[in-house]
Design a protein around this ligand. Structure first.
Ligand SMILES: Nc1ncnc2c1ncn2[C@@H]1O[C@H](COP(=O)(O)OP(=O)(O)OP(=O)(O)O)[C@@H](O)[C@H]1O
Ligand SMILES: [Mg+2]
Length: 388
């Protein structure tokens, strides 16, 4: 029987996925050598990132299983070595800028902005919904993607609750929210208040679909409402959206800054640009004009100084802001002159001033960029079904 070719072995190795990086070892440049002996024995050397790599046996089995399936292979030998520092550097660079989305996805979106925080409940979703409303009211076409897959609240805050339709190109049409904001959330695909239990790869896939398979079309701004903290979703977004910028929402107490900083550190680690800080729940003013600093004071400025980015806005505590978020109609649209609305509109103007108003120039494909992530297996998402 004829021996397999180098190319055939390489093709077979494409199916071997690094479980942490979720890409094929071929694309990651981790296949050091392939030797095909007369006897039909194939010897593959895989380069690991560290000598004590805990996933060694996974690679051993996966390489043997995939290569031994080829015609003409009598035996598979798997050896290991370690990537040099240079090679590791190249791998990291490639991962940081993977061009994870296919060309063309989000091509007409001028700015992608993630609204993040170190801890929960600081008002990310409220800010996202109202900033979107403010931008849209200012004539900037805006979309909102609810990236808080486990704790989605955008459908409620923007009063959109319908199963999206699919257009002729089989893309999901984001239903219009107040003032024609385009809205997408996992909540649209689930039974009312159902819980989402996906982890890692499924989460990654869901968010990828929201970016790739949704007809966002032309947008000046796509705002992403992130889940609290610095988990999987942030990593996924960083991988998929290297062009995204990040706004950190924090409360005014100086003690909250170390927690808020974590979100900023995360952004820095994955190389996303920080656009600025919003201080929310920044004092409460009674109807007769008395101001109480219920959650302390000055924290937003402290954080902004610390991170060397602008404080984009200070939004007061306001019952109306909460009420309108609860009823799905942003305060910014219903009462544009309310002090909280004014603060949010000023913040939106700050965002416009700090972001380009033209489409980013397409960057040439970097030779270091690996091919798109290998398919991730698992049960189908509801998002997939809706296209069928
Ligand atoms: N400035 C404000 N004044 C009054 N209520 C506010 C203000 N900002 C947010 N809220 C209310 O506080 C609650 C939490 O806000 P929100 O859900 O926006 O926070 P979050 O950071 O998105 O939370 P999570 O981390 O759970 O996603 C909501 O009920 C919201 O209406
Ligand atoms: Mg939220």
């Amino acid at each position: 029987m004829a021996l397999p070719t180098q190319d055939q072995v390489t093709e077979a190795l494409r199916a071997v996925i690094d479980p942490e990086l979720r890409r094929s070892i071929v694309d990651l440049g981790m296949v050091r050598s392939i030797e095909i002996r007369e006897s039909g024995k194939v010897e593959v050397v895989v380069s690991l990132t560290t000598p004590g790599c805990p996933i060694r046996s996974h690679f051993q089995q996966a390489v043997a299983a995939n290569v031994s399936r080829l015609d003409g292979v009598s035996e598979v030998g798997v050896g290991f070595d370690v990537l040099s520092d240079d090679e590791k550097g190249r791998l990291q660079q490639a991962l940081g800028r993977p061009g994870g989305l296919p060309e063309g996805a989000l091509a007409q979106v001028k700015n992608v902005i993630c609204i993040a925080s170190g801890k929960g409940g600081v008002g990310k979703s409220t800010m996202t919904a109202n900033l979107a409303a403010a931008l849209q009211a200012d004539g900037r076409s805006t979309g909102v993607l609810d990236a808080d897959v486990y704790g989605y609240s955008i459908p409620r805050m923007l009063g959109v609750d319908q199963r999206p339709e699919v257009n002729g190109e089989r893309k999901i049409i984001p239903p219009p929210g107040p003032a024609q904001i385009r809205v997408m959330s996992i909540g649209f695909f689930l039974e009312r208040n159902a819980a989402v239990v996906w982890r890692g790869p499924m989460l990654h896939k869901a968010i990828q679909q929201f970016l790739e398979d949704v007809a966002w079309d032309e947008l000046d701004y796509l705002l992403l409402d992130l889940p609290p903290g610095t988990g999987d979703v942030s990593m996924t977004l960083a991988q998929l959206l290297p062009q995204a910028r990040v706004i950190i929402v924090t409360t005014p107490q100086p003690a909250a800054q170390s927690v808020a900083r974590r979100a900023a550190d995360m952004a820095a680690k994955v190389d996303l640009e920080l656009l600025g800080v919003i201080e929310n729940m920044s004092g409460f003013t009674t109807p007769d004009g008395q101001r109480f600093t219920i959650f302390g004071e000055g924290g937003g400025q402290l954080l902004a100084d610390d991170l060397d980015v602008p404080l984009l806005g200070k939004v007061p505590l306001a019952e109306e802001l909460r009420e309108h978020a609860d009823s799905g109609s942003p305060l910014v649209l219903d009462q544009p002159d309310h002090p909280a609305s004014q603060a949010i509109r000023a913040t939106a103007r700050g965002i416009v001033a700090a972001t380009p108003q033209a489409l980013p120039v397409m960057q040439a494909e970097s030779p270091a960029a690996p091919a798109p992530a290998a398919p991730i297996s698992g049960s189908e998402l509801p998002v997939v079904q809706v296209q069928g």
